[in-house]
Design a binder for this molecule. Structure first.
Ligand code: KG4
Ligand code: ZN
Length: 364
């Protein structure tokens, strides 16, 4: 039995978790700063790092208490060291170093994107039924529907979060080939920016999903950036198209314009435009690279339309983590660390934060 303490502070969640053997979550504590950043309409980096400093010790103590384990029981300490906000990452890395050094444990620096991918290995217990959209472990496609959920390489990973939109072919544990990514905004960033344009709550992703429930996705024919045969994405044109519609309502005055704005129809039309491109590119990348399965990861993977469309439109089984493991958490960090720990990977005491860390750095 290998118990790993995971720590995550790359953006605006202070998180700590204890995970057994990379799969069984003993505790998973997340202190969200959403309420603090809401007034700025986005993450304020300096405020985020200060808040991490205040939260990190109580969050780690709570994770250890909830797991009911002692420091001696741990086998390693894992921490996100990039990509992310430098000041935020520093808090987690220094806390992890302090614990590892103090307890005589190995330290493992983990890539945040890899951690998101490994959220797929953390099975929700009890095992949900297929097509349970909220629980994850979705088994769509014509093959694999309802069969035993285990992951078979190579897999095509669609990583969609506030900072990243990447298509990654994973041929084995720790083996990644980047097929494409966004040329401008990340998918989550586009949700957040459009949410702000529509006067919705922060973060925009969940707010748009909620508003879209009451809207008509065919009300506006918003642009899709296919970019030829490439596996790259672009969401800036889509965002500009929404901006133009919002501006067209401004002559009525801001308050009046907002009242006139068909917010729910715009939210639904925007959501379907993003999902359509993500699903089609992931489906084609998986097919053209002989993937066995498609894995969704990152905050935007919490989006039910994305989960549903990916499962319905793909011939391959589609897996996604349960919703609470899609957005930032530390269980995924400890989960990814387990596989690295088994492969003999260890970080030195000189581990430093790398705000623009790439997944290619991680090849074992
Ligand atoms: O993975 P995450 O927690 O942080 C990063 O690593 O960036 O992702 C946060 C992003 C935000 O942009 C948020 O709006 C988006 O994920 N998000 C969603 C949903 N839930 C969170 N986007 C669309 N639909 C959702 N249900
Ligand atoms: Zn993330």
């Amino acid at each position: 039995m290998t118990l790993i303490l995971g720590i995550e502070t790359s953006c605006d969640e202070t998180a700590a978790a204890v995970v057994e053997d990379g799969q069984r979550i003993l505790s998973n504590v997340v202190a969200s700063q959403i309420e603090i950043h809401r007034r700025y309409g986005g993450v304020f980096p300096e405020v985020a790092s200060r808040q991490h400093i205040l939260s990190i010790t109580p969050v780690i103590e709570e994770a250890m208490d909830e797991a009911g384990v002692a420091w001696d029981d741990l086998e390693a300490v894992a921490v996100t060291y990039g990509p992310g906000l430098a000041g935020s990452l520093l808090v987690g890395v220094n806390a992890a170093k302090g614990i590892a050094l103090g307890c005589g444990l190995p330290l493992l620096g983990i890539n945040h994107i890899e951690a998101h991918i490994y959220a797929n290995w953390l099975p929700p217990l009890p095992l949900p039924q297929p097509f349970d959209l909220a629980q994850g472990r979705l088994w769509g496609g014509k093959r694999g529907g309802g069969e035993e959920p285990y992951i078979v390489f190579p897999v095509l990973c669609l990583v969609v979060s506030g900072g990243h939109t990447e298509l990654i072919l994973m041929s084995d544990h720790g083996q990644y080939q980047r097929l494409g990514g966004t040329l401008d905004d990340a998918a989550g960033e586009a949700f957040d920016k459009v949410g702000r344009l529509l006067g919705l709550d922060y973060p925009g992703g969940p707010a748009i999903e909620q508003a879209a429930k009451y809207g008509d996705p065919t009300a506006f024919d918003l642009p899709r950036a296919w970019l030829g045969d490439s596996y790259d994405f672009s969401f800036s044109g889509l965002k500009t198209a929404v901006l133009r519609i919002v501006k067209a309502h401004e002559p009525f005055g801001l308050a009046q314009g907002r009242r006139q704005l068909p917010v729910v129809d715009l939210a639904a039309s925007f959501q379907v435009a993003v999902v359509e491109v993500l699903v089609e590119k992931a489906r084609r990348a998986a097919q053209e690279h002989g993937a066995e399965q498609i894995l969704l990861a990152g905050g935007v993977a919490a989006n039910k339309l994305l989960r549903q469309e990916m499962a319905e439109r793909s011939d391959l089984p589609v897996l996604c983590p349960p919703i609470f493991l899609c957005t930032d958490n530390a269980a995924m960090v400890a989960g990814a660390a387990y596989f690295r720990y088994q492969a003999g990977y260890r970080s030195g005491w000189d581990l430093d934060v790398i705000p623009n860390l790439k997944l290619a750095h991680e090849a074992q």
